[in-house]
Design a protein around this ligand. Sequence first.
Ligand code: NAI
Ligand code: MG
Length: 494
Amino acid sequence: MTPTAAPSAAHTVTPALESDWAYSPAPETVKVAIADRYSHFINGKFVAPRKSGYFSTVNPASEVPLAEIAQGEAADVDAAVKAAAAAQPKWASLKPSERAKFMFRIARRIQDRARELAVLETMDGGKPIKESRDVDVPLAAAHFFYHAGWADKLGYAFPGRTPRPVGVCGQIIPWNFPLLMAAWKLAPALACGNTCVLKPAETTPLTALRLAEILQEVELPPGVVNIVTGDGRTGAALVNHPGVHKIAFTGSTEVGKKIAGAVAGTDKRLTLELGGKSPNIIFEDASIDQAVECIISGIYFNQGHVCCAGSRLFVQESILDEVTTKLRMRLASLRVGDPLDKNTDLGAINSRPQLEKIEHYLRIGREEGATLHAANASPLPAKGYWCRPAFFTGVQPSHTVAREEIFGPVLAVLSFRTPEEAITRANNTPYGLAAGVWTDKGSKIFDIARQLKAGVVWLNTYNRFDPSSPFGGFKESGFGREGGRQGLKAYLCT
Ligand code: NAI
Ligand code: MG
C-alpha cells in the first residue's frame, strides 16, 4: 500500500480509500430459534427461578430484546451447588476414559452445531460472525477435545502424585467470549472430576444455555454442569456459597478484587483472569507490514473487547511515521457494521454502558492532549452501539489512555528509542496479561521476552490461542493459569 495522506489535524480517512474496499452485503442466512424465555439449568433440567425474576438480553447491534433470562437468586445458586455436590463423587469415580467420552461428545456436538452457535453468539454479543465462526466456536470445541485427552492421563501430568478433584467449582465468566470462556472453565474442571456451577455474563447468556442443551443431548449425568444466569448479585451468591470449593473468575479487575476479598479467610481456592493494558513493541528491524496487520487485529479484533488486547503500541522512533501512516491506511479499510455480515471487521459494542465507557476515554484522551485518529467515513447503523476503530498519537505514559483499560477499539501509540526504554515503559503498568514483540533479530526476541512481566508474550504475532498453551496474568491481571498442563493444577489437589 502507498500512503495517501500524511497525518493531518482532521484525522479522517479519505473516502476514496473506503470505496476501494467496498464489499457487497454478505449476510449470514442461518436463522436461529430463540425461545421467549430461558430458565436456569440445574441437575440436568431447565428450571424456573425460585423467585420470578427475569431480565432481557438484547442484540447490541439492533437494541432488540432477544429473550427473557432468569435472574438467579441465592436460592437458585443453592439448588445448583447442591446438585453439583450430589453429582460430584459419582462423576469423579467414573472411569476417567468414560469422563473423556462425554467430553469428546460435547466437543463433537459443538462442531455439529457450530453455525447455529456462531450466529447466536454474534446476535447476543455483537461480535462479527467471522470471529464467532472462525475463533470462538472452533476454540470452544478445541478446549473440550484437548481436555478430554487429559482425563485419563492426570497421573502423567503430575508424576509421583495422586491428583484428586477439588470438588464443586463456581465459575463466573464475562461477555467478551461467552461460549469460549464457558469452555475454558468447564473443560478442565470436568476432565479432573469436578462438577460445576457456571454463571454466564448477563448480556450474553444465550450460548451457555445452548451448551446446556448439548449437555442434555450427550446425556451428561445430571448435576455435573449447572448454569445459573443473572447479574453480579448471582455471581456474588455463588462466590459466597459455603458449598463451593473453588472459584474461577474472568472479568474486571474491580470485581476480581471484590471476589478475592470475599474468598479470603475461607478454604476456597481461587483463580482470577482480569484486565490488561498489554504492550505491543515494534522495533525498526521488524517486518513492518506484517506487524501492522497483526497490531490491527491485536487491538481491533472483537471491537477491542479482549482482555489481552495489545492496547499500548510502542514504536521505535525511527519508524514512528511509517507505522502510524500504515495504521491510518489500514484503519480506513476496516468495516464497521452489521455483525452478521461476513465481511464485517468490527461489530457492535457489547452494551450501552461499555460504549459510554469507551466514549469517555476518547474524550479524556483528547482533553489530555493526545491526537485522535479515527476512521469515520462510512455511515453507521441508526440503532445499536457502535464505535469506530481509533488510535491516539502524541500519547505520554502519564496519559489516562496509556494507563487504564479501555476495553474498546482504541489504541494508544507511544514511541521509544532503545530496547531498555521499551522494556521499562512496557512494564510500567499495574497489569501483566500479555505482550507482543516485533523484530527480525532472534537474540533480541528472547532477551526482551524474558524481561517483560506478562503471562503471555507473543513474538512476531499476536492473539494466538491454543488449549495446550497456558494463559493468565501477573500483578493486577490476576493469578492462576488456564489451558495446558499448568491449567489443570487449578482443578486438582496434587
Ligand atoms: P464484570 O467484571 O462486572 O463482569 C464479569 C462477570 O462477573 C459477569 O458475569 C458479572 O455478572 C459478574 N460479576 C459482577 N459483579 C460480581 C460480583 N460482585 N461477584 C461475582 N460476580 C460478579 O465486568 P463488566 O461490568 O461487564 O465490564 C466492566 C469492565 O471490566 C469492562 O469495561 C472491561 O474493562 C473489564 N472486563 C474485562 C474482562 C476480561 O476478560 N478481562 C471481561 C469483561 C470485562
Ligand atoms: Mg445480549
